[in-house]
Design a protein around this ligand. Structure first.
Ligand code: WTA
Length: 701
């Protein structure tokens, strides 16, 4: 605590703060040793990236890249809000992440692969090796799979080097990759294949997770069948082998459709594929995320703007130097992995650790053993992982000699208590922490401290990163005064190079979801009229730091993963006995929020354990195990308004031991009391302040 800032800022406690139960925290100063070596130490950055220098300030990020043709227009807003960055430029992402590093860093590790089984040896993949493997895979994709620039291909791969290799091989050809998180079910993968129009699926036969060799190939068969039902035929399934000496699956290979990549690659040994020079505006990848309605949204990210933004933020916020050993402990199947395992770090010639498994396998010391062994000095993970490790092994980090200079947290709000454990125990009081707030749609960080320049405040994501100008609006679109600590909807005033281009195949939904709410003039071509609506509640303290309160829409953030309540509810409705379903978030000590399911049954059907199990199974097969509900509660009826709307807010209150408020205007107030007794027991539960996202949950349906 020695570094706690002397001038702790005291503010009046606002309603929002009571709601989140967090008091104003003291600031911590970045360690001098960190500042001494940091990439960004010049406070003039704030002037360089001031609003009157926008958008030209982002030239600084674009200049981190190697362009085949330099661009002429920084930002084209003529088709607002479909922003175009670095117009006229051409480049190739795989060239920028691999080829251009060969001259100086050929023999440096690009990735150090750490398999989950602790007795399997780690593998360092040099930039030269990465270059060879990406080229061979690109040759295969081009020649054998017939893929060309602009085609989409779906990847359903675990955390092994084959995933970034395949992504970079796609990027080399200008093929748009759509990576589906390996833990998602075959059905979820199939829906995304169909939405993206992929005719090739790339998968792996199995992988290690929590001590078990999981059989992954059956998911590919389900995915292909699901895509077919949705009207998309998959011609080829390319299957990587996880094990060298035998298949990791018992599932048969379908003749003429399924092919083992490792065998095919023998035909392309030593091949070179010229990187395809792509317009800055060409899509690099799609990344699906959950929204308010059932269908996942394919966030389309650009080549030039995206790559420039992740390179810039990796350099300034992650403080990556080529000499660092960087470990982003996230899954590449999420945006964090795309931006801060693959594209950002590789564009800076970083060395990154790639770990296959779970944090606590075989015990809670595993991450610290990995960090010690590879002398990792930058560590990056989610609050859920930190909470899990703190719970399972609070003193474990002390047993190892790792020393981080920098640690990141991302994906959910981090509680000050957990932040302090991260700082004191994991970081041994010597590492800077960046609490980074952003989203799949954003490409890269929006809020975070600049690690050598700003002090840290536990529980707050900090001020905005360079070139980002947040504003908090109330429901009516009035600006909430800066520094007032009042909660509202956080928006970004300006576009930035990492912002998604559109929703794949649904441009109207893009405008509706992110801009319609606060657009000042739908005909305007001026970016000032198009603030970006993030869908998160937030407050801003007088010191300018933002605290993110969680989602304001019907999205539940489970362990940093966004799940749409509608997606979960429609999965429940596939169980024939279920008449109605409502899903609500419940506060969870480790995962932040978890879904809880309420179902009512069709007339004449008696509640049973079997039905509850069927509901769980339906959710796991349509979405994946991460969506597994904490409870499935069979209720006599849903609380409803007189117009028949299910009151999810009332159910969320009950599940979180909150007061349900006035329910007398409902169509069936008695059922609320019945459900309350079922869930909370006979005794009245005291009214408690609740987290903002739970309080607001279900408001706007
Ligand atoms: C939440 C992950 C608080 C937020 C990169 C956002 C956070 C959603 C933080 C995006 C943070 C992300 N503090 N909340 N530092 N970072 N969130 O798309 O609700 O998987 O809207 O992107 O996670 O999740 P996504």
């Amino acid at each position: 605590m020695a570094r706690a800032h002397e001038t702790q800022i005291m503010t009046e406690v606002s309603e929002a703060e009571i709601a989140v139960h967090w008091k104003e925290e003291a600031h911590y100063l970045p360690p001098a040793k960190f500042i001494g070596q940091a990439n960004l130490t010049d406070p003039a950055i704030n002037q360089r990236f001031s609003l009157d220098r926008f958008p030209e300030c982002f030239r600084e990020y674009a200049d981190l890249l190697t362009w085949d043709h330099y661009w002429h227009t920084t930002l084209d807003t003529s088709n607002a809000p479909y922003w175009k960055w670095f117009v006229g430029g051409r480049l190739n992402a795989s060239y920028n992440c691999v080829d251009r590093h060969l001259r100086r860093h050929k023999n440096k590790a690009a990735f150090i692969f750490v398999p989950e089984p602790e007795d399997e040896s780690h593998a360092a993949i040099t930039y030269q090796e990465l270059y060879v493997r990406v080229n061979e895979m690109a040759a295969l994709l081009k020649d054998f799979a017939g893929l060309r620039a602009g085609d989409r291909v779906t990847l359903h791969l675990p955390m092994t080097p084959e995933l970034p290799i395949t992504m970079l091989a796609c990027a080399r050809l200008g093929v748009i990759h759509s990576v589906v998180f390996g833990g998602f079910s075959g059905e979820a993968c199939g829906i995304r294949i169909a939405d993206s129009g992929s005719r090739v699926l790339i998968t792996m036969d199995g992988y290690y997770r929590n001590g078990k060799l999981l059989d992954h190939k059956p998911n590919a068969d389900i995915a292909v069948a699901t895509a077919q039902k949705e009207g998309q035929k998959v011609d080829k399934v390319l299957v990587w082998r996880r094990l060298r000496d035998r298949p990791a699956t018992a599932a048969p290979m379908v003749d003429g459709r399924d092919f083992v990549v490792n065998d095919l690659l023998k035909n392309y040994a030593g091949d070179h594929v010229q990187p395809v020079s792509m317009p800055a505006e060409a899509p690099l990848f799609l990344m699906y995320t959950s929204g308010t309605t059932g269908r996942p949204k394919g966030c389309q990210h650009s080549t030039g703007g995206y790559l420039a933004y992740v390179a810039g933020t990796s350099k300034y916020i992650q403080d990556i130097h080529p000499t660092d050993v960087y470990w982003c402990f996230a899954d590449i199947g999420w945006i964090t992995g795309h931006s801060y395992i693959v594209y950002g770090p590789l564009s800076l010639a970083a060395t990154g650790v790639l770990y296959e498994g779970v944090p606590t396998y075989p015990d809670a010391g595993r991450p610290w053993r990995i960090a010690q062994r590879h002398d990792v000095n930058i560590f990056h993970t989610s609050p859920t992982t930190i909470r899990m490790l703190r719970k399972a092994g609070p003193d474990e980090p002390k047993r190892y000699h790792h020393q981080f200079k920098h640690m990141t947290t991302v994906g959910e709000p981090i509680e000050p208590e957990v932040w302090k454990w991260y700082y004191e125990v994991v970081g041994k009081g010597q590492a800077v922490i960046c609490d980074t707030w952003w989203q799949t749609e954003n490409g890269g960080f929006l809020c975070s401290t600049k690690p050598a320049l700003d002090s840290m405040k536990p529980g707050s994501a900090g001020p905005a990163v360079p070139g980002i100008f947040p504003v908090i609006y109330d429901e009516e679109g009035r600006e909430i005064p800066t520094g007032s600590n009042k909660a509202g909807n956080i928006c970004i005033r300006n576009p930035w190079p990492g912002i998604m281009q559109t929703i794949w195949g649904d441009p109207e939904r893009y405008v509706k979801t992110y801009y319609a709410k606060y657009c000042k003039n739908p005909k305007s071509k001026d970016w000032r009229d198009w603030p970006y609506f993030a869908g998160d509640g937030a407050t801003q303290a007088p010191d300018g730091y933002f605290r993110i309160l969680g989602r304001v829409d019907d999205v539940i953030n489970v362990a940093g993963h966004r799940l749409g309540t509608k997606e979960l509810e429609s999965a429940c409705l596939t169980v024939p006995e279920v008449a109605e379903a409502a899903v609500v978030p419940v506060v969870d000590e480790v995962k932040g929020r978890v879904p809880e399911v309420y179902v009512s049954l069709k007339p004449g059907i008696a509640p049973s354990k079997v039905i509850q199990e069927k509901v769980v199974h339906a959710i796991e097969t349509t979405i994946g195990k991460i969506a597994r509900p904490k409870e499935v509660r069979i209720v006599p009826d849903m609380p409803k308004t007189r117009s028949g709307k299910i009151m999810r807010r009332v159910l969320a209150a009950i599940s979180n031991n909150m007061d349900t408020g006035d329910v007398t205007t409902l169509a069936n107030p008695d059922v609320v009391e019945q459900i309350r007794q079922m869930v909370q027991g006979a005794g009245r539960v005291a009214t408690k302040a609740a987290p903002e996202d739970i309080k607001r949950f279900g408001d706007e349906r």
